[in-house]
Write a protein that binds this ligand. Structure first.
Ligand code: PLP
Length: 364
């Protein structure tokens, strides 16, 4: 296993110690010696967690797992499916990333973890750290609804509230951070992406080792989008699927749309979004560290970034929840809105197979 920087492309082989950002300040991506080698499909079918894809994950002696992953792909209408990530152990797709990040941190001897969160990542980190016997410090915005605080508390994490967004909470964390706390903020360590990439393996397995034409993903920090893209490249390299990648769609609310703005302006990186505000809390990420990476994947995939008017979000969320029978939080409203508008515009054709995402449970 080694890493390649997502920006300067520096290659590093690491000792068994926690891995963090590249010296250039950008995220590293994990790579393996088996990439590009023709390999029979290797899935542990009796394992009902993401560890069924153990053969494409880092090798560890002990997995920290709560049974994350292996979630349903629900058929909602002709050629349209929704991946129901609300059934994960703590109610969101964050469990995939935290399962891997905490497994690796434990294996590397980390005793304390810290992270800022828009809500779900904090709940999830708290749960996996409790399971691993690691201290967990979660920094949330003051505006966070009570159910998130209660859910984080329930797993015994140290909770600190500061500011209006995840960016403010991150500033507070850097002020309070002790030297021996390992910072697992989005994309700062490489293994949350490894957990999220199992979304891509799972979609392929559930579609009988083929991929949809379009994937519509609610994008905050972008870990899931980045992880799925990585999974598709890995699977093509091993010959598990054909060389036909989906078009990736990043959705945001117009209350916080740095990715959509940069995409439309054909910029290479995002610009910080001031005074962001949206009920889709996971999308209230004004300055994603991996903005350049998300935009690059959208371009490579012939994809697009679409924002939804905040004023319509509640109604759209209710509409898709009624249709899918999933009790998902408002991020799903941006996904449904993008699907409807791209279908109407003909960007999604009648024969295109489309996968939508319900990333987290409504905790309200
Ligand atoms: C429910 C939900 N959906 C989407 C996102 C955005 O995920 P990502 O940061 O991987 O883009 C988050 C992140 O907090 C979330 O909690």
């Amino acid at each position: 296993m080694y890493t390649i920087c997502s920006s300067c492309e520096r290659i590093d082989h690491h000792p068994p110690k926690p891995i963090w950002l590249c010296g250039c300040g950008k995220p590293r991506e994990t790579h393996y010696d088996w990439e590009g080698q023709s390999t029979p499909i290797n899935v542990i079918r009796e394992n009902n967690s993401l560890w069924r894809y153990e053969s494409v994950l880092p090798k560890v002696d002990a997995q920290v797992t709560l049974g994350e992953g292996n979630t349903p792909l629900v058929h909602i209408e002709k050629n349209v499916w929704i991946k129901d990530e609300t059934v994960n152990p703590t109610g969101s797709f964050k469990d995939r990333g935290m399962g891997l990040a905490v497994t690796m941190a434990k294996a590397q001897g980390v005793a304390s973890i810290c992270l800022p969160s828009a809500g779900n990542a904090g709940v999830s980190a708290a749960a996996y750290c409790q399971q691993a016997g690691i201290d967990c410090h979660v920094f949330l915005p003051e505006t966070i609804p009570d159910p998130f605080k209660a859910a984080t508390d329930q797993y015994g994490a140290n909770l600190v509230l500061s500011g209006m967004t995840i960016s403010d909470a991150a500033k507070a964390m850097l002020e309070e951070k002790k030297d021996d706390w390992f910072d697992i903020s989005t994309l700062k360590e490489p293994f949350r992406v490894e957990g999220k990439k199992t979304l891509g393996y799972e979609i392929a397995e559930q579609m009988d080792w083929s991929l949809p034409d379009v994937i519509i993903y609610p994008t905050g920090g972008g870990t899931g989008l980045i992880g799925m893209w990585k999974a598709f490249r890995e699977m093509i390299g091993m010959g598990w699927i054909e060389d036909k990648m989906p078009r990736m769609v990043a959705t945001q609310s117009d209350g916080c749309a740095p990715v959509v703005n940069a995409f439309q302006a054909m910029e290479k990186d995002t610009v910080f979004w001031n005074n962001s505000d949206t009920i889709a809390l996971g999308l209230n990420v004004p300055g994603p560290l991996g903005g350049h990476w998300i935009l690059d994947i959208l371009a490579q995939s012939n994809g697009i970034a679409v924002s939804t008017p905040e004023a319509n979000l509640t109604e759209l969320t209710q509409e898709i929840n009624a249709k899918s029978q999933i009790n998902a939080s408002a991020e799903v409203g941006t996904v449904w809105s993008a699907y409807l508008s791209l279908k109407e515009a003909g960007w999604i054709g009648d024969n295109d197979k489309v996968v939508l995402f319900a990333t987290g449970i409504e905790r309200g």
